[in-house]
Design a protein around this ligand. Sequence first.
Ligand SMILES: Nc1nc2c(c(=O)[nH]1)N[C@H]1C(S)=C(S)[C@@H](COP(=O)(O)OP(=O)(O)OC[C@H]3O[C@@H](n4cnc5c(=O)[nH]c(N)nc54)[C@H](O)[C@@H]3O)O[C@H]1N2
Ligand SMILES: Nc1nc2c(c(=O)[nH]1)N[C@H]1C(S)=C(S)[C@@H](COP(=O)(O)OP(=O)(O)OC[C@H]3O[C@@H](n4cnc5c(=O)[nH]c(N)nc54)[C@H](O)[C@@H]3O)O[C@H]1N2
Ligand code: SF4
Ligand SMILES: [Mo]
Length: 734
Amino acid sequence: MLFGRTKKNPIKIADKGIKEWKYAACGYCSTGCSIEVGFNAEGKPVSSRGVADADVNRGKLCLKGIFEHELFDSAGRGTVPLMREHWHQKWQKSDWDTALDKTHDEIRRIQEKYGRDSFAIISTGQMLTEEFYTLGKLTRGLIGTNNYDGNTTLCMASAVSGYKRSFGSDGPPGCYEDFEHTDCLIAWGSNLPEQHPIIYWRMKEAQEKRNFPLIVIDPRVTMLAQNAHMHLAITPGTDVVLQNAMMYVILDEGLEDKEYIEANTNGLEALRAEVANYNPVTAQKICGIDEDTIRNVARLFAKAPAAMQIWTMGINQSTHGSDGVVGINNLALLTGNIGKPGGTSLSITGQCNAMGTREWSSCSGLPNHRVLESAQDREDVAKFWNIDPEFFPKKRGMFQTDIYAAIETGEIKGLWLIATNPLSSLPNTARIRKAMEKLEFCVVQDCYQDSESNQYAHVFLPAGTWAEKDGVMTNTERRISRITPLMKAPAESKPDLWIFNRMAERFNKEGKVNFPEKAGDIFLEMGELSVGRLADISGMDHEMLEQKRGVQWPYSAKQKEAGEEPPKGGKRLYTETATFRHADGKAKLIPLPFIDNNEVPDDKFPFWLNTGRLIEHWHGRTKTGKIGNNNKYSPIPFIEINPDAAVELGIQRGDYVRLVSRRADAVVMATPTQRVAKNMVFLPFHFHDCANRLTLGLLDPHSRQPAYKQNAVRIERIKDQKAAAKLSMEMRKF
Ligand SMILES: Nc1nc2c(c(=O)[nH]1)N[C@H]1C(S)=C(S)[C@@H](COP(=O)(O)OP(=O)(O)OC[C@H]3O[C@@H](n4cnc5c(=O)[nH]c(N)nc54)[C@H](O)[C@@H]3O)O[C@H]1N2
Ligand SMILES: Nc1nc2c(c(=O)[nH]1)N[C@H]1C(S)=C(S)[C@@H](COP(=O)(O)OP(=O)(O)OC[C@H]3O[C@@H](n4cnc5c(=O)[nH]c(N)nc54)[C@H](O)[C@@H]3O)O[C@H]1N2
Ligand code: SF4
Ligand SMILES: [Mo]
């Protein structure tokens, strides 16, 4: 007997008439996939594909990359500069000179009236590195406000802070190739298959070959958890307790790497004294992971010849975000798992170029991990840029999350938002809305005109995006990839670099500071400024980056002259003894006392509200909301709710419910699933005026990053389902 179809129709792939494939790197997440866009005879982009000889993705792309070419002519793009006197008025079409002059004049007016720092600039992790560098030079060197930060405070700030505290510098020490060498992988608060699908594929390939244990620590049964050997459904916000308990076991049982600790670290005794308070017997009551499991995981990790940890927002977005990162580093240092193949602590980055902004934007300091607090760093950069070193502030200014509080209190009067949309992405948006209404002047620079934050702008500057621009980006494993301009930015919109350069002309009338026009030249200038630094890129140039499909830093001019090949992958930091970036070359083991300061469920608000992401959408959906093949999977806001909780509340699949927090409420559709525990709901934050209406966003004391994932809500079934459906449709927005 024959099974299946006997007559098979061969699958036909539509011939899109592609005449030419052009190279770029993907502009969504930090994986850093190499991509090619196919153009037809009319020069229209009609397809995208992964680049086979690129080490990162080896021909693969995820759901977002595959449809990325559809961005170029998507709805809602900005086409001309817009202006208005008050944010509640209608927009008037303008031209570049008028809009830029107005912006320059308003920045200076506000600074003269209220002081230099009363005008704030908020940047992003989603531009190209040359653009970050140019904006940094303009802001630090000419405009002179110290309240200049990026949306990376919502994203990577805890990782940066934790790396600095432990190792003396930012900079993830590992690489994707570590998956191929590791004997044990712990993933903390990271949903790799959805948020970094191609890193997940690299990990999975490696795991299938060598079957190393995968341990996932996440309150939710994510797709990664489903694939794990062990899933630890931790009580939200208590990772530091679990880390301390694991260290307790490691030190108690003598499983630490004494030789490594002695040669490479300081602080063991203080750490030992602190972790003594975290016996798994008591720790289990706080973190919700039973004592045996804690011991098992600690032993598995410590005994593995090479053990690796990765993490993302489940750690960073917490009131203990920076501590959680230090905890991961502590575990790695105690067991000698830094700088060796398969032994590392690798923060999985978020936005496509969040690394580039950390390295080059000058947001929290000066280029290439230099800091405002160092006289030498200030001197070096001032000389290089030809400005007075005294013009630089002597310590960093406000974080993004503090800038909004300062707008509320009237300390900050003007704001330039670049490629970020705080009205969708900051916690407790009712407060953000009020703050935006108070601004005397707000300029929004975005590739989409319909971003929520643009409602409060006085000037809108339409920007190009992704491969309408020229430059580079750095991915999670410190690999710099080239973006070549494949299309012109639509209508009168312009690449961000062009906008910064035109703005710089207005602040640089005497021409004292040099602003090169071409991204390739800017990259070489950055190379000069990087000589001898941790992130030395002086051996690279644009052509090399394109040809090699990305090169990891460091790669110096010296290495190049010595005939060393640019690293194609597998490059690590801190591979030699005592080469950390603290003054004595040693890393710090830091004790982490835990204080439970989160909003937690109670009688009135009995559910944890956990917020995060879906594979098909990107943040506020200005991009993926307009691409049918992305948007169709989840066009409206919904929650994951445990089926038992749904039954108790009389809620059926597909019912609309009202989520109520202490801040506000939101209407969402209920999707019962065992992915979440009975006392938790998961709400993707991609939808307009939804998740962040509810969040509280307590801040981490070191990184000022908000705790987006630990909030309390109650759930009410809505009687009038028709009215609820209408409300929900409004939230679709696009
Ligand atoms: N498709 C898609 N991909 C993206 C993005 C996107 O918007 N869409 N955004 C990019 C960006 S900027 C970022 S930062 C990354 C984010 O990537 P991820 O951090 O992987 O994604 P999230 O869904 O925000 O959160 C990850 C997990 O943290 C868990 N979590 C919540 N609370 C805790 C806790 O207390 N402890 C632990 N251990 N875990 C907890 C959640 O249950 C969730 O499964 O994704 C990047 N990739
Ligand atoms: N509740 C909750 N909130 C969160 C999070 C969470 O997990 N839960 N995660 C947080 C994290 S990790 C992040 S990274 C933030 C992201 O927060 P945002 O930065 O606000 O998110 P995006 O929607 O990506 O905003 C980017 C904006 O830049 C525009 N843009 C894109 N490319 C370009 C370009 O090349 N040039 C210009 N000029 N504009 C461009 C887009 O149209 C969009 O309006 O959200 C944070 N908010
Ligand atoms: S994994 Fe990230 S970089 Fe790769 S195609 Fe998907 S969104 Fe783009
Ligand atoms: Mo992020």
